[in-house]
Design a protein around this ligand. Structure first.
Ligand code: MLT
Length: 324
């Protein structure tokens, strides 16, 4: 048998084996790495989606929080995990900004992952401890400019959504402020509630309950339109920060080389989860909505990541703020 025929037979055999090997995928628990602390906004989105996807896949998806370095530690964990479909990553816009913010990342953002799909895009809110003096966004801007050496801004580390929004806010008002990093905005919220830090820009998936409960002050939302859950909360543009819009898109990734049979099943389960009544209603209560079905695909997430890396690179380079 010629060498060519032998190779052909071997390739066909390998493909047949891979297909059969993943015919029963998943056969055990899947780990979903969340690169921020438990109880925060990314964790909230992840646990809702994981629970629904587990039902469809017939195996549990267990969330593991790997916080630190603005989300790059958790992303690195998945980049170096076995490409067998049993480790996935739920991450957000930080995946794109970190590609420029970190010049010595442990992984190559565009070559270390395969894709499952987009999940949601969450608006952010500019909030403060409840006894903070300013009454509205204009008052807040005047106050922080006058007290720029003492006002503290919490975030979840360089590369986090709260860091990006904070950076955009500081450049919009042309005033650098003192930042206080955490492993997630879950623990940052605890300190905001306790008055240990003054302000934060954070996702509605983490701030809604506190704003509705009056335990923190809210100044603006970063979406183009007001949110149904906060009819009286102005957009940042309405309140005086023209063009200040940022939405935190989230996606699910797997290590590069994960068999397509696994990513296809994960993507199909994600699509179903984004139509799950419980997911849809919880997202709405938290000021967000599922991504459209057409975006819950590997191709859509890949395209989003590539375009967002290109979009934020010049902004970050102009700010000249690098993590390393
Ligand atoms: C979190 O889950 O803690 C947040 O997503 C952090 C952030 O990116 O601001």
């Amino acid at each position: 048998m010629s060498l060519f025929r032998t190779l052909l037979a071997a390739t066909a055999l390998a493909a047949a084996f891979a297909t059969t090997a993943y015919a029963d995928y998943p056969e055990r628990t899947i780990t979903m790495v969340v690169p921020f602390s438990a109880g925060g906004p990314t964790d909230t989105v992840a646990r809702l989606v994981a629970e629904s996807m587990s039902k469809d896949l017939g195996q549990q998806i267990v969330v593991e929080n790997v916080g630190g370095a603005g989300g790059t530690l958790g992303a690195g964990r998945v980049a170096s995990a076995d490409a067998d479909g049993y480790t996935v990553l739920l991450h957000h816009i930080g995946m794109a900004t970190s590609a420029t913010l970190y010049r010595k990342l442990a992984y190559d953002t565009l070559n270390a992952f395969d894709y499952v799909g987009l999940v949601t895009e969450v608006p952010m809110t500019i909030v403060a401890r409840k006894d903070f003096e300013p009454a509205d966004l204009k008052g807040l801007i005047d106050y922080v400019k006058a007290n720029k050496d003492t006002v503290t801004v919490a975030n979840a580390g360089i590369g986090a959504a709260s860091h990006l929004c904070g950076m955009l806010f500081m450049s919009a008002i042309e005033t650098p402020l003192v930042t206080v990093p955490y492993k997630g905005t879950g623990p940052a919220m605890t300190d905001l509630l306790g008055g240990q830090v003054d302000i934060m820009c954070d996702q509605t998936t983490n701030t809604t309950k506190q704003i509705q409960g009056g335990t923190i002050k809210a100044y603006a939302v970063t979406s183009p339109e007001r949110l149904a859950i906060f009819p009286d909360l102005p957009t940042a543009a309405e309140a005086g920060l023209k063009d200040f819009q940022v939405g935190i898109w989230h996606g699910i990734y797997v290590p590069k080389g994960t068999p397509a049979e696994a990513t296809d099943k994960l993507s199909a389960a994600l699509k179903k989860a984004l139509k799950d009544e419980n997911v849809v209603s919880r997202f709405a209560e938290l000021g967000t909505a599922p991504s459209p079905e057409a975006d819950a695909t590997p191709a859509a997430l890949k395209a989003k990541l590539e375009s967002e890396i290109a979009r934020w690179k010049p902004v970050i380079e102009a700010a000249g703020q690098y993590a390393d």
